[in-house]
Design a protein around this ligand. Structure first.
Ligand SMILES: *Cc1c(COP(=O)(O)O)cnc(C)c1O
Length: 349
């Protein structure tokens, strides 16, 4: 792989104590183009703007998918990824659904390895710090024909992140709009799924909530996801989370939460959850916790939910499952505890 190093670094201009998610990018990026029916040799080059023709396919027809993952540095300055194979497998599934040529696995892992190695000074080993990694692919042919693009561009960019403590969220259970429908592309990490979520989310925000709880598109009675995260509930002493499906994205964090909960001796059920059940469990005092699961926050606690005109506030817990599970996952990610399930992936330096 050809690597062109940046002649200067932006790292000294960054105040690592006050970075917001996804606002600052590192010095280099990985790039690979698909043309004439195959992926060309990938390169790493200084981070810079792209020049694209106004007719570029992605602007009009949105053939675009992405991944989100993190790299960590431990106290010996070793660098780690967390379950990157799962991200690769999902990238493949998303590509197939969006009719994008699958990016070769070897290029993906070599690209990640070389880029993270090059950007290692951007990762701190302070608790909770990481480097957010955004691989993405978009359709790049200059053409307005409403048919699949002929050319594609695969890039990886990186953004440093400090510990991310989300304040407990209040969420609105959506009963009109849908994120995904059976037979649709909800299981793919497709850019358009995000684009179409902003408007209903803005309506929920104007009603005083932070995020939407997505329900099934048919009856709006079954819980699916929250914002751009998986959702889980603690009902009594069990964790309950909806099964993944073609309308629920297969979150790496969700899978990790399920396994870590089991490792901690907490029972987990993957099954349908109806709004009526939540409200009746809330009323009987059994609904103890709600949380979102995703790479950015790991676990985002939810302290209240609204449905139609009603609001439901959960009681604060001293010993939450959310905290226990989050700590267990973060400790594995930062190489502070035993990795029972072989999730860590070491960057070769
Ligand atoms: C990315 C994403 C998630 C979280 O997936 P992780 O692999 O845990 O980061 C959940 N739901 C949707 C819709 C997403 O796009």
């Amino acid at each position: 792989m050809k690597i062109t190093k940046s002649t200067n670094t932006k790292i000294n201009d960054v105040n690592f104590n006050s970075i917001k998610f996804g606002e600052i990018f590192t010095d280099h990026m990985f790039e690979c183009n698909f043309s004439n029916g195959s992926w060309e040799d990938p390169i790493i080059r200084p981070y810079s703007s792209l020049v694209l023709d106004p007719s570029t396919h992605v602007f009009h027809y949105g053939q675009s998918i992405f991944e989100g993952m993190k790299a960590y540095k431990d106290n010996n300055n070793d660098l780690w990824l967390f379950r990157p194979k799962d991200n690769y497998e999902r990238l493949k599934k998303s590509s197939e659904r969006m009719h994008i040529p699958v990016f070769p696995e070897e290029y993906f892992f070599n690209g990640l390895n070389e880029l993270i190695k090059l950007e290692k000074d951007w990762i701190s080993n302070k608790p909770g710090s990481s480097l957010y990694i955004r691989p993405f692919v978009f359709s790049s042919s200059p053409m307005l024909a409403a048919s699949p693009s002929i050319d594609y561009k695969f890039l990886i960019i990186c953004s440093p992140g400090a510990a991310y403590y989300s304040k407990p969220l209040s969420v609105y259970i959506e009963d009109e709009y849908s994120r995904a429908a059976p037979g649709g592309a909800g299981y793919a990490k497709a850019a358009g799924n995000y684009g179409s979520a902003f408007y209903p989310t803005s309506l929920a925000i104007s009603k005083g909530f932070d995020q939407i709880v997505w329900t099934d598109s048919n009856s709006h009675q079954k819980i699916e996801e929250v914002g751009t995260m998986s959702i889980a509930f603690r009902i009594g002493d069990k964790i309950v989370t909806p099964m993944t499906s073609d309308t629920i994205l297969d979150s790496v964090t969700r899978k990790s939460v399920i396994q870590v909960a089991k490792d901690l001796g907490i029972a987990v059920e993957e099954r349908d959850i109806f709004i009526s059940e939540l409200i009746s469990e809330f009323k009987s005092g059994n609904l103890k916790e709600i949380f979102g699961c995703g790479t950015a926050a790991v676990i985002a606690p939810i302290s209240s939910f609204g449905y139609k005109k009603e609001r439901f506030e959960l009681n604060k817990l001293e010993e939450s499952y959310a905290d226990q599970i989050k700590n267990s996952i973060v400790n594995i990610q930062q190489n502070l505890s035993k990795d029972l399930n072989s999730w860590k992936y070491k960057i070769k330096q």
